[in-house]
Design a binder for this molecule. Structure first.
Ligand code: ADP
Ligand code: MG
Length: 334
């Protein structure tokens, strides 16, 4: 049987102190050895990986992301994205927080992957690595370059080159030499991330953020043999916009239009992922063109890429409806 390129993980965060303070109840539990999540009385879902409230950042990284980093260095494209309602733990898990305020063992996926990549590079002196970084945001179906705010209003265009790689014409790609350099780019991009004030959460992420590391590797001249060409590959780390439904956020007017656009991106991504996982649709049309997010990620949304979806869930019974919706979305991706 052909391997399905998408692995699906679910992570249930702990109750936050303010939720405990308000005496909120937990409505989600895990059956760890069966990789199951049970929500409410009787909704049972099975996934590739499940992480509970005691899971650590290190564990999530080691189980879900380390294999992708290995694939990246072998020349595959890789993609991890975090899905879930606002407040469910997406940014915490991906590692898009202001890292100055985060203890080392609480760091999320991106800084860990950066450290490991440069460790790998330092151990392979016979290979010349070129590493480039970009950080793009999609807000209301428009692109913003988080590493180049000066010209944020300029048009950025998504193109596909002759090899099928996605390129964003007009975006800044920084060539980097060490992990610290990447971390500081990540931080400046995090600080620039668009936040609007919604009724639900003032720091609600209404945008998708895509952090991309591209690597290009070539054997050093003294080791080179003619058969060995250079290899290019990239790793996208995506912190998706909150998946919450319109009614709950009570948005009207501009906010309503914004929500429609956000949901259409999440819907398009769900369709692509589910098409990829369906062997019957092997040669069928995969609907990349339906949204900016799927167009940008196209070169890492194929059967040759390694993809991990992490669905983040709040355990609170107040969030039951959204959590159930997120689990259904994740279930479609399997
Ligand atoms: P989102 O990006 O989905 O809106 P956040 O990542 O900002 O959600 O998480 C919301 C809050 O919950 C933050 O204060 C974050 O630090 C906390 N949090 C999320 N996941 C965890 C976790 N696994 N363990 C501890 N705290 C968490
Ligand atoms: Mg967030």
């Amino acid at each position: 049987m052909e391997e399905i390129p998408v692995k699906v993980a679910v992570r249930v965060r702990p109750l936050l102190s303010k939720e405990i303070l308000h005496n909120q109840q937990v409505c989600v539990r895990l059956v760890q050895n069966a990789n199951q999540v049970i929500i409410g009385k009787d909704h049972v879902f099975t996934f590739d990986f499940v992480f509970g409230e005691n899971s650590t950042q290190e564990e999530v990284y080691a189980v879900c992301i380390k294999p992708l980093l290995v694939s990246l260095t072998e020349g595959y494209n890789a993609l991890v994205f975090a899905y879930g309602q606002t407040g469910s733990g997406k940014t915490y898990t991906i590692g898009g927080e202001d890292s100055a305020s985060v203890a080392a063992d609480e760091r999320g996926i991106i800084p860990r992957a950066i450290q490991e990549l440069f460790h790998h590079i330092s151990e392979h002196r016979n290979i010349n690595f070129h590493v480039k970084v970009s950080y793009i945001e999609i807000y209301k179906e428009e692109l913003r370059d988080l590493l180049d705010l000066e010209t944020s209003m300029k048009d950025l265009h998504i193109r596909e080159d002759e090899k099928g790689n996605t390129v964003i014409v007009g975006s800044k790609e920084f060539q980097v030499e060490c992990a610290d350099e990447v971390i500081s780019l990540l931080e400046s991009g995090n600080a620039a991330r668009h936040t609007g004030t919604t009724q639900m959460n003032e720091h609600s992420s209404r945008s998708h953020a895509i952090f991309t590391i591209s690597i290009h590797q070539k054997q050093s001249a003294e080791y080179q043999n003619a058969a060995q060409d250079s290899i290019s590959s990239k790793f996208h780390f995506v912190d998706l916009a909150g998946s919450e439904r319109l009614a709950k956020t009570g948005n009207t007017g501009e906010r309503f239009k914004e929500s429609v656009k956000i949901n259409s991106g999440l819907f398009a991504l769900g369709n692509v992922i589910s098409a990829l996982g369906d062997p019957k649709r092997k040669s069928a049309h995969i609907p990349y063109r339906d949204a900016k997010i799927t167009r940008i990620l196209k070169d890492s949304l194929g059967r040759n890429a390694k993809i991990v979806m992490i669905t983040c869930i709040s355990p609170s019974s107040l969030d039951f409806d959204e959590s159930l919706n997120s689990l259904k979305y994740a279930n479609r991706a399997k």
